[in-house]
Structure formats: structure tokens, C-alpha cells
Ligand binder design. Structure first.
Ligand SMILES: N[C@@H](CCC(=O)N[C@@H](CS)C(=O)NCC(=O)O)C(=O)O
Length: 356
């Protein structure tokens, strides 16, 4: 990806824009300060349940950084007067994302593939997470980019991307692999053979695309005077319409799961060969963060059996899920923010031991 020089925004403007985005959060209880600094350098717009947000929060935890946390509702709801749009679709939040997009020099997303990587799919203007750095006057979008940024500006107490070129390249290779996992397909799609998602989730997913599209159409109409916003909502509508088309497509869903199975087999080999080493007391990498979060999501979806025959991956999962940052930001966050899953018992026991 060609990255343009960063876009600096005045503090005053950033604060006004962030306050406007915060105003879309219906329940102020979800706006909190994390850490000890009452006036933190960073502000995060995210969602407790979101995989990409969990990656960023795990990095913030590892770094011990304070931040203002805006936990947004990212599902549209059905109200008495029609669809209530998700909070991250609000014009004020999307305007922040449009600033972040300028640094990326990326077009908007134009299709649905089940993946959410900005590098392969383009920029989705209507998703979380997003980070504001008030010290640098920057708005940064995309979890991979935010995680790398945080590691670059805060090297202590854990360096997640090491300086040694070869090891760093391998970690980034793993980060890219995880970034391109079709997590959207695994969460939103109806698998024809073994769909172990909680029933409540399945029922939400039956109508999720229609609700999104109705909400986005209404927002595009209501903001007709602001072409940049209309273009953002239109791109999102195209993506979500594509998702609707394939959510019951058996071959598409099978291909997504098969692809993930192949990635896990490759990971098993990399761990066995130590080309991608297990973390220990002295080393914990961004690759570990993103794999850890992804494993928790897969376990939640009833997919842990995918590493039954992969002893190195199974050992890796075991090590990662005991890490306090992952326990809190991925396991605990999933327990509290997603419908209960029958497949999270083992991780819930680990969480109870580590966090409680
Ligand atoms: N590449 C982006 C993907 C962001 C993304 O897809 N976020 C999801 C949650 S993990 C989201 O906001 N979904 C809500 C929606 O699409 O409306 C990143 O890593 O930040």
C-alpha cells in the first residue's frame, strides 16, 4: 500500500469532531477513561465485541497506555419506528474515518469477499476501530495500522515488533495472514455443514444485512448535501449487499472455512519449525496479539476443533489464552458482549483464573 504523508489536524478541530462522534453513543456509560491519565493522549472508537477492536485494545493493554474509550454499538436494531442505525454509521464518526482514509491513499471498498483487510478490499468508511492521537494531531484507522502505530510511538514495556529485520518480517507476515482471514464470512455466514454459532447470533444474522442497508440508505438520503458522506455510505451499501448475496451460499462458506483450515496447517508448520516461535516471558509479538484474538473468536464460533489435529497450534492457543491482555480484551470482552456460546467454557475457566 502506498501511504501518503500523514494528515495533521488541529487539536481544536479534532476535539470538536471527537465530541460530535461521541454524541452518537446513546448510553454515556460506554464512554470511559481507561488507565490512570485523566487527560489521555489517545482516544479509541471501538466495540467490545469487535475482533479488530480487540486487537487494538490488547496492544493498548500490553503497552499500559491510558485512553478515552468509546464502546460503540455496531449492530443496527429494529425499533418501533423502523431500523435504528448502528452508532458507528453516524455522520460525525464517518467524518473522522474520512480524515483517516486520506493517509491511506486507498479507494473505498467495492465488493464483499468475507475479508476486511484494507489492503486487499479497500477502505470501509463505516467500521471500527479508529484511534485519535491528540499529541500528533492524527486520526488513524484500520486495526493493523493502529497496532503498528502504537508499537512505534510507545516502545515500552513490551516491543511487539522487534528491530531485527528477519524476525520482524516474519511477524508482519503472520499479521498480514490474520488480517486477511475471512472473519466476516465465519461470523455472518451460514455454514451448510456444521454451523455451531449461538442460535441468537444466527437469528440476528438472518436480517443483519437488510437492517444495515436500510439504515445506510436512510443516512445517504439524509446527508445528500455532503457528497463525501454519501460516497462513504454508498460504498458500504455495495459491500453489505454483496454479503447478503453469499451468506447462504454453501460453496462460498465452505471455501472460507477451508481457506482458514489451510492457514492453520501452515501456522502449525511454522511453529514446529520455529520460523515463527512461541512467545515466552521475554518475547510477545504483534503476531501473537492478532492470532490470540482470532483464536478466541474461532473458539467462540465453535471452530476450535479445527486445531484438534494440529498440536503446535493447540499449544500456541493454550499459551496465548493465558496472557492477561488477551484474557481481558478478547476472552472477557467476548463473554460480556456477545451472546453466550456453548464453546467458550474452556476459555472461560482460563479467564476466571487469570483475570479474577
Ligand atoms: N480492516 C479493518 C476492518 C474493520 C472492520 O471490519 N470492523 C468490523 C468489526 S471487527 C465492523 O466495524 N463491523 C461493523 C460493520 O461492518 O458495520 C480493521 O482491521 O480495522
Amino acid at each position: 500500500m502506498h501511504v501518503v504523508p500523514y494528515v495533521m489536524v488541529s487539536n481544536d478541530r479534532l476535539m470538536k469532531m471527537a465530541a460530535a462522534a461521541r454524541a452518537a453513543i446513546v448510553d454515556p456509560v460506554r464512554i470511559t477513561l481507561v488507565g490512570s491519565d485523566p487527560n489521555p493522549r489517545f482516544e479509541l472508537f471501538h466495540a467490545a465485541s469487535s475482533l479488530c477492536s480487540q486487537k487494538v485494545r490488547t496492544v493498548l493493554f500490553e503497552k499500559g497506555l491510558s485512553y478515552r474509550s468509546n464502546d460503540m454499538i455496531i449492530l443496527c436494531a429494529m425499533g418501533v419506528d423502523g431500523v435504528i442505525p448502528a452508532e458507528h454509521y453516524s455522520p460525525s464518526y464517518v467524518r473522522l474515518r474520512l480524515i483517516a482514509c486520506r493517509e491511506l491513499n486507498q479507494d473505498f471498498v467495492t465488493r464483499y469477499s468475507g475479508r476486511t483487510s484494507v489492503e486487499t478490499e479497500g477502505f470501509d468508511p463505516c467500521v471500527v476501530p479508529l484511534l485519535i492521537d491528540y499529541e500528533a494531531g492524527r486520526v488513524i484507522a484500520d486495526s493493523k495500522r493502529i497496532c503498528c502505530y502504537l508499537d512505534a510511538v510507545s516502545r515500552e514495556p513490551v516491543q511487539l515488533l522487534c528491530d531485527e529485520a528477519h524476525a520482524r518480517a516474519e511477524v508482519m507476515r503472520q499479521v498480514d495472514i490474520v488480517d486477511r482471514i475471512p472473519n466476516g464470512a465465519l461470523l455472518y455466514g451460514f455454514h451448510p455443514d456444521a454451523d455451531r454459532r449461538p442460535d441468537i447470533l444466527k437469528s440476528v444474522m438472518e436480517t443483519v444485512y437488510d437492517c444495515k442497508i436500510i439504515a445506510l440508505e436512510a443516512l445517504a438520503a439524509a446527508n445528500a448535501g455532503e457528497p463525501a458522506l454519501v460516497a462513504a455510505y454508498r460504498a458500504k451499501i455495495v459491500k453489505e449487499s454483496g454479503g447478503k448475496q453469499v451468506c447462504h451460499d454453501a460453496e462460498f462458506q465452505r471455501a472460507a472455512r477451508k481457506h482458514v483450515g489451510n492457514l492453520l496447517t501452515e501456522l502449525d508448520h511454522a511453529l514446529a519449525a520455529e520460523s515463527f516461535p512461541y512467545p515466552d516471558d521475554n518475547s510477545f509479538s504483534l503476531g501473537d496479539v492478532v492470532w490470540g484474538v482470532n483464536f478466541v473468536r474461532m473458539a467462540y464460533l465453535g471452530l476450535a476443533s479445527m486445531w484438534d489435529e494440529l498440536p503446535n497450534v493447540a499449544r500456541y492457543v493454550d499459551v496465548l489464552t493465558k496472557r492477561p491482555s488477551l484474557c481481558k480484551e478478547a476472552i472477557q470482552a467476548s463473554i460480556y458482549s456477545l451472546p453466550p456460546s456453548d464453546y467458550l467454557d474452556a476459555l472461560t475457566s482460563i479467564w476466571a483464573e487469570v483475570v479474577e
